[in-house]
Design a binder for this molecule. Structure first.
Ligand SMILES: Cc1cc2nc3c(=O)[nH]c(=O)nc-3n(C[C@H](O)[C@H](O)[C@H](O)COP(=O)(O)OP(=O)(O)OC[C@H]3O[C@@H](n4cnc5c(N)ncnc54)[C@H](O)[C@@H]3O)c2cc1C
Length: 407
């Protein structure tokens, strides 16, 4: 390694949500900080998040909204930096925001506001940021991390040699490679003998290869409020049929609890026992067709597809001519529609990666590796995954803050 390496108090790999926030936190404390970002732009995922409006946190942050092999791990960092702390920063920068359902906070204008806020703060505290910077070698010697980084611009390619006692890995995870998703953080973890748990795409749509695929295709664009259950966890939200399968917030949420081979149960009318409801209507309006009864409760196109699937031969029979057993069977099926996704859309569209660097190796208070002085992991690269709704950004801010205060 080059002996003229530039020295910093801390070097952060990754100029995304966690990396930039960690840089601000440390630089505010007077530290000389360098951020190395492999892509040409900072905070690409922030820019694309929340449909371009960035769901930057949630009013109701709770450790129960995070999945990890160690469910207690996230508690310390989340308590050190709250949603209100981030909201105060957003307000100090006069960024307009709104609360949508379930306590989700979004920018009113653009996700760009959040990136600009982070970059402004970095500038204010003299953080050095280099983009187009791919670090290829990290060595540890004499309590120092020595980095070799290739900086590629349109004009030329140069090698940068840097060193620091503190190295922060904020390189995110595998989801959406076009937005910077990378497995480099796991490589560094393995280089320092840290275990990485099983990885899986999370907050991701399901795809189907059986007859359900055709139904989804026919219903592409239709949405409906449902309850979905998988592995004893239930979410209630909108489902969205797509040409490949199922999406919408309820599907993204449940995908974090789904493993290959599992089935999911969809309750198409969560607040109603359809069996009882249809039997009541049979008494008062026996001439109605089932299709008409259900069309008052869910999209017509969905009812038409369900009819093809479940009661074709009874389609033209008024409900008064159905036996109570037939009604009960059908009602129960629609309250508990069992589907088996063939897979998910994978990392190409997943909002997060489930799993990551095993938190057993990491101090929950500071994010420092327990047996490797000066090495920190923050954000999505760790085995901490939030629910949909601003929880993943809050984890990035909170874990970055914990590390930034320890540097
Ligand atoms: C489409 C989409 C929408 C989302 N919407 C939301 C939302 O509204 N609310 C929410 O809470 N969460 C959302 N998320 C999740 C959220 O974006 C992530 O959880 C969060 O960005 C993780 O922060 P991070 O700093 O750990 O990683 P990232 O923000 O991914 O940052 C990692 C950075 O490291 C860089 N990098 C990678 N490898 C290297 C390397 N070798 N050297 C240098 N740099 C490297 C990457 O280019 C990237 O800039 C969304 C995700 C996606 C994909």
């Amino acid at each position: 390694m080059n002996s003229n390496a530039q020295s910093y108090d801390a070097i952060i790999l990754g100029g995304g949500a966690g990396g930039l926030f960690c840089a601000i936190t440390a630089a505010k404390r007077g530290k000389k900080v360098l951020v190395l970002e492999k892509s040409n732009k900072l905070g690409k995922k922030i820019l694309m998040s929340g449909g371009g409006r960035c769901n930057f946190t949630n009013q109701f942050i709770n450790p129960h909204n995070f999945l990890s092999q160690n469910s207690h791990f996230c508690k310390s960092a989340l308590s050190q930096y709250s949603a209100q702390d981030f909201i105060s920063m957003v307000e100090a920068h006069n960024i307009e925001y709104e609360e949508r359902k379930h306590g989700q906070l979004f920018c009113i204008n653009s996700a760009k506001d959040i990136v600009e806020m982070l970059v402004t703060e970095c500038e204010k505290y003299n953080v050095t940021i280099i983009t187009n910077a791919t670090t290829s070698i990290v060595e540890y010697s004499d309590k120092k991390y020595l980095l070799e980084t290739i900086i590629e611009t349109k004009k030329n390619t140069t090698n940068l040699y840097t060193q620091s006692n503190k190295l922060i890995i904020a390189t995110g995870a595998l989801s959406v490679p076009t937005l910077g998703g990378s497995g480099y953080g796991y490589d560094i973890a393995k280089q320092f003998q840290l275990e990485v748990t099983n990885l899986q795409a999370g907050l991701v749509p399901f795809i189907f290869t059986d007859q359900i695929k055709n139904i989804c295709e026919n219903l592409s664009g239709v949405s409906h409020n449902v309850e979905v259950t998988c592995n004893e966890t239930t979410f209630s939200e909108d489902i969205l049929f797509t040409h490949r399968g199922l999406s919408g917030p309820v599907i993204l949420q449940i995908s974090n609890y789904w493993y290959l081979g599992d089935s999911i149960s969809i309750n198409l009318m969560p607040s109603v026992s359809l069996s009882n409801h249809i039997k009541d209507i049979k008494k008062t309006s026996p001439k109605l067709l089932l299709k008409s009864i259900l069309s008052n409760m869910m999209p017509k196109a969905l009812v038409a597809e369900l009819e093809n699937l479940f009661w074709m031969e009874l389609a033209n029979k008024p409900i008064g001519e159905w036996s109570n057993i037939q009604i009960e069977e059908l009602g129960n099926t629609l309250n508990n529609w069992i589907l088996k996704p063939s897979s998910t859309e994978g990392y190409r569209t997943a909002e997060v990666t489930m799993g990551g660097v095993n938190t057993d190796y990491i101090s929950s208070k500071s994010m420092e590796v327990k047996n490797q002085q000066g090495l920190y992991f923050i954000g999505e690269v760790l085995d901490v995954t939030g629910h949909l709704g601003g929880f993943n950004f809050q984890w990035a801010w909170a874990s970055a803050y914990a590390a930034g205060n320890d540097l």
